[in-house]
Write a protein that binds this ligand. Structure first.
Ligand code: S3P
Length: 168
């Protein structure tokens, strides 16, 4: 692996954060978490940004933060599930390195996220339906990635190794 960063994209619950953390250690790269940078910049949680300022504001800050890190080397960059929605973001993320999309089946995603409450988009009456709707609306954006790894049934270490294998 050269100095190029690795960018992780993919739907909520596909394991970007856990895999990113392992991958950054394996590669000796720093870890950059876009959602954490957004929270730092705004001084509040993602949940509060969504409820007080709305999704559009969140997306604007997400775009700003991604622009700020564009071109950064030797990092594993973890993005939020909706970061692929704006064309500018994909272009800026590509300046960092290869874009790797983690995938999982809708039922596996639901199994992983159901106990959690920090994702405003899934705090609805029928989260399974919401997951399916968002996945189909976003499929064409995730398809922009360079490499795909299906995480269903794999451990975090296995996913990290699979990414390295596909990138080298
Ligand atoms: C979002 C995913 C979240 C976070 C925000 C919006 C999305 O990140 O950025 O709640 O639109 O899919 P994770 O994919 O890390 O859960």
């Amino acid at each position: 692996m050269d100095r190029k960063s690795v960018v992780l994209v993919g739907f909520m619950g596909t394991g970007k954060s856990t895999v990113g953390s392992v991958l950054s250690k394996l590669l000796g790269f720093r870890l950059i978490d876009i959602d954490a940078l957004i929270e730092k910049k705004e001084g509040k949680s993602i949940t509060d940004i969504f409820s007080r300022d709305g999704e559009k504001h969140f997306r604007d800050i997400e775009e700003e933060v991604i622009k700020e890190i564009a071109g950064i080397e030797k990092a594993v960059i973890i993005t939020g599930g909706g970061a692929v929605l704006r064309k500018n973001n994909i272009e800026n993320l590509r300046k960092c390195g290869k874009v790797v999309c983690l995938t999982a089946t809708p039922s596996e995603i639901y199994r992983r996220v159901k106990a959690e409450t920090h994702r405003p988009l899934l705090q609805v009456d029928d989260p399974v339906k919401k997951i399916e709707e968002l996945l189909s609306a976003r499929a064409k954006y995730y398809a922009e990635a360079d490499v795909f790894v299906d995480t269903t049934g794999l451990t975090t270490d296995e996913v990290a190794e699979e990414i390295i294998k596909k990138l080298t």
